[in-house]
Design a protein around this ligand. Sequence first.
Ligand SMILES: Nc1nc2c(ncn2[C@@H]2O[C@H](COP(=O)(O)OP(=O)(O)OP(=O)(O)O)[C@@H](O)[C@H]2O)c(=O)[nH]1
Ligand SMILES: [Mg+2]
Length: 377
Amino acid sequence: MGCGGSKSVEDQQSKQVEKTLASAQREDAKTVKLLLLGAGESGKTTFLKQLKARFSAPPTARELSEVADIIRGNILEFMANLATAMVDLELDGDLQDELQPTVSKLTSMNTKDTAELTPVFARNLLALWLSAPAQAVFARRAEFQLVESHTVFIERAVEIADPRFEADFQDMLKARVKTSGIKSENLVIDGVNFEIFDVGGQKSERRKWIRCFDNVTAIVFFVGISEYDQMMHEDETTNRMEDAIGLFHETVTNEAFEKTSVCVFLNKVDLFENKLKTVPISSVPLWSGDYQAFAEKESQSIPAPSELDLGIGFFMTKFQEAAGGRSNVLFKPSTATDTSNILAVWEFARRAILLRALQANFGITDASDFELAGLRN
Ligand SMILES: Nc1nc2c(ncn2[C@@H]2O[C@H](COP(=O)(O)OP(=O)(O)OP(=O)(O)O)[C@@H](O)[C@H]2O)c(=O)[nH]1
Ligand SMILES: [Mg+2]
């Protein structure tokens, strides 16, 4: 009796455990695990900031208050790199005498000390930036390191140096802090739980990625498409695009991602479009031969594609070739700093990701069957 009684308690307990496990598994199935991967500076964190602001909450006053100092650091770093390159490229000889002290200060300063960006120094920086030698150095920016999207901050240096400056969300999107380690964010998007992982993309960070490789529903792989003429920050002998193509190949052919759907965001299209005007892809020795052959073939189609479409098509082909035989990679051009653009791109990717998850897990092909599959709460 006692024995039977205890068995029934055990039964009840084990049923409870099973129930809990089943419910945990269901909960797990309802969560889409999404990895944001890609090389450093490609736009992963910027995209996550956009998703958080849209689907969770806008940045808090406290978060925004930290942005002002980040931007001041970004300005000092940009101008210090430019000044150092000016000296290295021996273009400082053409500089007006009154701008020389600014170059000297920039080449010896600690750019992390943002108190150095006083309104007076900001005025000097702006004068230096607008000078012909500085613009000549900027035109040769592929030869050194510069976060080229930060020109927008240099133009506003005086306003930003003012202690009363308050950053807004647009400023926050453009500010840059390199990610170290793995950050995750849970967002409910149209009734579906997304667990999103944002990793650091620089070489030293990549060995940490493996920690989040289990049970991944989808990857969004970010490519800085405007970086086709730039060298890596952490390895100045390797072209950034070449590195991204190799990294993409390594990632999508990893057996952990056999069933994972893959989207590629060809990001920084705004900078890409601008750069094409002064740095044709055919002028970069690494791409020149392949690009000319590609452009010749494509320009026979009617109507003839624009330079922008040709450029996007060319690099998309390079990533397709690196996809290790995967035919269903979704490619989308994007501008992560442009809220309406990136949210539209995301909406497209989100639908594709959910549809493929349904197809893979439940054999469902009709989007209206989402509820049946329990993917919506
Ligand atoms: N103009 C422009 N700037 C962009 C775009 N996407 C990102 N940026 C800027 O590029 C810089 C780098 O972006 P992040 O989002 O920090 O890049 P990341 O991929 O997270 O880099 P890591 O953390 O080093 O891996 C930031 O200053 C962004 O504001 C874009 O589409 N257009
Ligand atoms: Mg980041």
